[in-house]
Ligand binder design. Structure first.
Ligand code: EZ4
Ligand code: CO
Length: 412
């Protein structure tokens, strides 16, 4: 089964998505997500200019060999652009192999280890009232776990809060929340860690008082704290029994989490911007985390992320795959097949895509009673309507960034 075409498709229904479509000489096609939020065209070039020519004529069945070739032959290993490109090829080849076998992909990965995937959504509000409304909306949608982000008094605009401007830009489609804004320059947000650390524990106390002790609650620190600040936050949130606290420190220094661990039993999650097992080496071996946040899309595909998760399993660390709206339906389906098959599944992030996106990407996965399932169509179960996608050309979009009160650029 030889690869005869490897096409990169860019479409922007609601937001930008990059998809690789691989075609074989017996007429099968496979899709892989290569969307890197705010840096999409870098991956397009990597795939079109450097990877696609290597694929033509090669055997579509040789998934591991192709992965090793793309990873090792580049010489310049790792990094988000490279690993998103490798992931797209890997997932497209898994899609093809499963279609050739006439099975949903999770069957080839060992079969289902559970009946569905517990998922969490993003509840947010500038005020407590808005936050409570958002949590109630999520519970009505069936979610059985929610991430909680709120505004901080004195700060105008911060990470994690769904903004009306974003809803309007998407013609009323609720992307709760979609941080990348279309335009020539990134939006500027503000930040003050001391105000945040003072405010957040009271928010969780109020949420527990309103919604009770059972509901799993998550929170994302989005890489803003020093190790000692992160330790203080994790400790101060202990009484509210979080499912996890995510990305408390900038992720480059894995050892930062040692200090957080020493001071708190709040479960920790990290890894949405990690690309390979090497980014996890210390945090897995020293058991500094409880959940691996990588997306299939950004960590070299199913072939590599499965190895990371198998390694993590030896330390009782579970999956918590990244599932924001910037992971396309193709990337989400890949996550669901992997999550259904592994033993150490933890939870799946799931922020629903908009209606236009769902018309471009026809999906067979289901979300019911707070649980996702990839469905039983052969392959990934997602097809891309190229004509529909062609209606939405790429539009430049940037993630926001942060400045402190004195103008210093801070981690976003
Ligand atoms: O900021 O996906 O946990 N989820 C997140 C996301 C990320 C975006 C970046 O592209 O932190 O909202
Ligand atoms: Co996050």
């Amino acid at each position: 089964m030889k690869i005869i075409a490897a096409d990169v498709i860019v479409t922007s229904p609601d937001r930008n998505f990059v998809t690789l479509k691989v075609t074989t000489d017996d007429g099968l096609t496979g899709l892989g997500d290569a969307t890197l939020n705010g840096r999409e065209l870098a991956v397009v070039s990597y795939l079109r200019d450097h990877v696609a020519p290597l694929l033509i004529g090669s055997d579509a069945h040789r998934i591991e060999d192709t992965w090793q070739l793309l990873y090792r032959s580049a010489y310049w290993r790792r990094g988000p652009v490279t690993m998103a490109a490798v992931a797209a090829v890997d997932v497209a080849l898994w899609d093809i192999k499963a279609k050739a076998a006439g099975m949903p992909l999770y069957q080839l990965l060992g079969g289902a280890s559970r009946s569905g995937l517990l998922s969490y959504g993003h509840a947010s509000g500038k005020t407590l009232d808005e936050l409570f409304d958002s949590i109630r909306e999520h519970l009505e949608l069936g979610y059985r776990a929610v991430r909680v982000q709120t505004g901080v008094p004195g700060l105008k605009s911060i990470y994690g809060i769904a903004s009306n401007a974003t809803f309007e830009a998407n013609s009323g489609v609720r992307y709760d929340h979609e941080p990348a804004q279309r335009g020539a320059r990134p939006a500027e947000e503000d930040w003050d860690t001391r105000s945040y650390l003072r405010h957040v524990p009271g928010v969780f106390e109020a949420v527990r008082n309103e919604f009770g002790p059972e509901l799993p609650l998550l929170h994302d620190g989005h890489h803003r704290m020093t190790p000692i600040q992160a330790a203080r936050l994790a400790k101060s949130l202990e009484p509210y029994d979080l499912f996890w606290l995510e990305d408390v420190t900038p992720a480059e220094n894995q050892e930062a989490l040692r200090l957080v661990r020493q001071h708190s039993t709040t479960p920790l999650a990290i890894g949405e911007i990690f690309n390979t097992v090497w980014d996890y080496q210390t945090v897995i071996r020293e058991q500094l985390i409880d959940y691996v946040r990588s997306a299939v899309t950004h960590t070299g595909g199913i072939t590599h992320l499965r190895k990371v998760l198998d390694h993590a399993a030896q330390y009782q660390i579970k999956s918590g795959m990244h599932g924001p709206t910037d992971i396309s339906p193709v990337g989400m389906a890949a996550a669901m097949h992997l999550g259904l098959s592994i033993h150490n599944f933890g939870i799946q992030e799931y922020m629903q895509h908009g209606a236009r996106t769902n018309e471009v990407f026809r999906q067979s996965f289901t979300f019911s009673g707070g649980m996702l399932h990839p469905g039983d169509a052969p392959g990934l179960g997602v097809e891309l309507d190229v004509d529909e996608g062609g209606k939405y050309p790429y539009e430049r979009a940037y993630l926001p960034y942060n400045r402190l009160a004195d103008g210093t650029v801070h981690d976003w």
